[in-house]
Design a protein around this ligand. Structure first.
Ligand code: PLP
Length: 376
């Protein structure tokens, strides 16, 4: 099987990730931060190591500001429901995922959507023009999960900081695949999945909560700390981490983070760009095929979307899976506004191919050949 759906979840994982999750279940399986025995302490150490590694990767100087969640979706919900009051004014873009769009709708937020260019992303000048004195948040995706377009996060962060507006970045497609420096980029809230570019198991993710963003917790409950009090602790990360955590998942995530630290995000980014460039060049030779997103380049993200004249996107992905054993994704990819901008909404979206750091050149070539055969 050729797996080219890394934007949904990465696979395969480094061997160390499987081993770490297995070891956590067998040998480090106490309830972390609850009991004082060896198994509980071992589990607690695993989680704090994952926190430290994530803090290092994202340029966070206070690791306790990394809060673990079950997914990027849960992290985005914590940020949005924790920060905003109903009806708040929020500036976002036409590239956002439903995990931002839907919480904002549930909050009846007043949303100003800045159009995101398919190749260049959000124009900071247009974003600046949308800011108001009562803007409560700017929420922008770092890299589009439909087109692979990167947004100018550093420039947008500077605009937000100058006005004292909290800045939330959805790093679902960039964590582990592009450099992120929360403090240097003026990011107040960074939502990330553990199971995509960070190479951890599903059921992991997190939110960096900066000092400027005081959030209400999504849930209350046992934290193993301040147990005599009926009030949720103020201390981080306990404030947002009630309940028994996903220790085996976080052990795997720590192993994924260690792997990334060894290889380096710069090398991973260059590798994914090489693969995306090869894919774009191959697909561009197929008659009737239309590509979306930025052109090839040294930092081109691994996400590539296309449509093929006369063929339904869902049919292409089904044939790729059924006849060629190639796993891709078709449809709207939970980002309907991006398809409205690309003109692919009514046709049911695009076929998305997403290489990962373990994808090979041969796999890319076989995928291009298969799409060519379908087109023919
Ligand atoms: C841009 C973007 N945001 C958020 C998410 C949600 O991530 P998760 O699956 O970890 O909830 C995704 C997942 O595909 C995504 O691509």
């Amino acid at each position: 099987m050729i797996y080219l759906d890394n934007a949904a979840t990465s696979w395969p994982k480094p061997e160390a990730v499987y081993a770490a999750a297995d070891r956590a279940l067998r040998e480090q399986s106490g309830n972390p931060g609850r009991s004082g025995h060896k198994l509980s302490l071992a589990a607690g150490r695993l989680i704090e190591e994952a926190r430290l590694l994530a803090a290092r990767l994202f340029g966070v100087s206070e690791p306790e500001r990394i809060v673990f969640t079950a997914s990027a979706t849960e992290a985005l919900n914590l940020a949005l429901h924790g920060l905003l009051r109903p009806g708040a004014h929020v500036v976002t873009s036409s590239a956002e995922h439903n995990s931002v769009i839907r919480p904002l709708a549930a909050l009846s937020a007043e949303v100003s959507k800045v159009p995101a260019d398919l190749a260049a992303g959000v124009d900071p000048d247009r974003l600046e023009a949308a800011l108001r004195p009562d803007t409560a948040l700017v929420a922008i995706t770092h890299i589009s999960n439909v087109t692979g377009t990167e947004n100018p996060i550093r420039e947008i962060g500077a605009l937000c900081r100058a006005r004292g507006i909290p800045f939330l970045v959805d790093a679902a497609q960039s964590a582990g695949a592009a450099p992120i420096d929360t403090e240097g980029m003026n990011i107040d809230l960074l939502a990330f999945p553990g199971h995509k570019g960070l190479l951890g198991p599903q059921g992991t993710g997190g939110l960096y909560v900066g000092a400027a963003a005081a959030l209400r917790p999504l849930k209350q409950g046992g934290t193993g700390s301040f147990s005599a009090s009926a009030r949720q602790p103020a201390r981080l990360p306990d404030r947002y981490e009630s309940g028994t955590p996903n220790t085996p998942g976080l052990a795997g995530l720590a192993a994924g983070l260690r792997y990334i630290a060894e290889i380096g995000v710069g090398r991973i980014r260059a590798r994914e760009a090489e693969l995306a460039n090869r894919l774009l060049a191959g697909l561009a030779t197929i008659p009737g095929l239309r590509l979306f997103g930025p052109p090839p380049g040294p930092t081109r993200a691994g996400v590539v979307s296309f449509t093929l004249e006369g063929h339904d996107a869902m049919d292409i992905s089904f044939i790729l899976d059924d006849s060629f054993d190639i796993a891709v994704r078709a449809g709207l990819h939970c980002a309907p506004d991006a398809h409205a901008a690309a003109g692919t909404l009514s046709a049911g979206g695009t076929v998305r191919i997403s290489a990962g750091c373990f994808t090979t050149e041969e796999e890319i070539d076989r995928c291009v050949e298969a799409v060519g055969e379908i087109a023919g």
